[in-house]
Write a protein that binds this ligand. Structure first.
Ligand code: SAM
Ligand code: SF4
Length: 329
């Protein structure tokens, strides 16, 4: 098991498949100037699958989330999913994507064994999308969402980050749209994980702000804590249900005590937390022919040292060097 000194057990593995992206969301990346990993930095498909196999068969991982950067840019994605679906015990598998290209690949991903997708969409307004992501691809995301739903990658969840002055007033419209289309909407508080280190606590829209705004149009009933389990999102029934809306309040209502995540970067580093300052190099071990036992030992050791919390409330908090796009969100 991947257990830490506080008794938390990691069963959910986030795998970043690339640090590259075809959007440039302002809360994530600068327009230009990021240093990308090179091809030889990246784990190969075989290396990635070997680590996932080891995590599933030896370390108690039951849930895999593929992410990035933009995971649909990874040429071997469908093959990786297919090979992971053949593992025993079979892990549940989902993908977090900006949705661009999903129209083309949703059916193949479903056939390969992917269970679900989270698609990120921050706005219903094409002009605001262009400002937020610096790319004119709003229609492609909507097409991708539809294709995911039709392919059965359900429940389709939509991830939304609200930014003041851009889409900060859109929460009720987004929820009405999600209810209409059968998508489960989850708002994510903006975190200090942007490559530009531009995040400011007093410039962010909080979970409290989001709920106040939603309640101007909807009746929200909180699900009880048991239903949440280790899920990062707190969820509310919308107008009595069955539709739900989630809020991931990593900054103002952190959920570190129930965290069950471990993370693998595209270049083979284990991180025990999004906000960790340290990483453990598994790629080096893989490439020096270490046996599975040794790699499993390194992974367990990496998790054993997980801190109690993200440290966001500590005045001495230091943002990690790697941005969200390189860690895997
Ligand atoms: N490119 C894919 C996407 O956008 O869904 C996957 C990677 S992205 C880093 C994963 C999620 O992290 C997205 O939902 C994105 O909105 C969110 N994200 C990125 N930067 C963030 C930040 N600074 N604070 C909160 N969420 C962020
Ligand atoms: Fe790309 Fe996702 Fe970051 Fe946006 S949030 S720039 S889509 S990695």
């Amino acid at each position: 098991m991947l257990i830490d000194t506080y008794g938390r057990v990691a069963t959910d593995l986030r795998v970043s498949l690339t640090d590259r992206c075809n959007l440039r969301c302002t809360y994530c990346m600068p327009e230009e100037g990021l240093q990308w990993l090179t091809k030889s930095d990246l784990l190969s498909d075989d290396e990635t699958v070997r680590l996932i196999r080891l995590a599933v068969t030896r370390l108690g991982i039951t849930e895999i989330r593929f992410t990035g950067g933009e995971p649909l840019l990874r040429p071997g994605l469908v093959g990786i999913v297919e090979r992971c679906a053949a593992l025993e015990p079979r892990p549940r598998m989902s993908l977090t994507t900006n949705g661009i290209g999903l129209k083309r690949t949703a059916a193949a991903l479903r056939a390969a064994g992917l269970d679900r997708v989270n698609v990120s969409l921050d706005t219903l307004r094409p002009d605001a999308f262009k400002t937020l992501t610096r790319r004119d691809r709003h229609a492609d995301v909507l097409d991708g969402l539809r294709a995911a739903h039709e392919a059965g990658l359900t429940p389709v969840k939509v991830n939304t980050v609200l930014m003041p002055g851009l889409n900060g007033d859109e929460a009720p419209d987004l929820l009405a749209w999600a209810v209409e289309h059968g998508y489960e909407l989850r708002f994510i508080e903006q975190m200090p994980l942007d490559a530009q280190h531009g995040w400011k606590r007093d410039g962010m829209i909080t979970a409290g702000d989001i709920l106040t705004s939603l309640r101007t149009r909807f009746t929200l009933t909180e699900e009880d804590g048991a239903a949440r389990g280790s899920a990062p999102a707190e969820r509310w029934l919308v107008d009595g249900g069955p539709h739900r809306v989630g809020v991931i309040a990593s900054v103002t209502r952190p959920f570190c005590g129930a965290c069950d995540r471990t993370r693998l970067t595209a270049d083979g580093q284990v991180r025990n937390c999004l906000f960790a300052q340290e990483e453990t190099d598994l790629r080096g071990a893989l490439r020096s022919d270490a046996p599975d036992e040794e790699i499993a030992r390194l992974w367990k050791l990496a998790m054993w040292g997980k801190k109690a919390g993200s440290g966001l409330d500590d005045p001495a908090f230091l943002q990690p060097d790697r941005p969200m796009s390189a860690i895997g969100g």
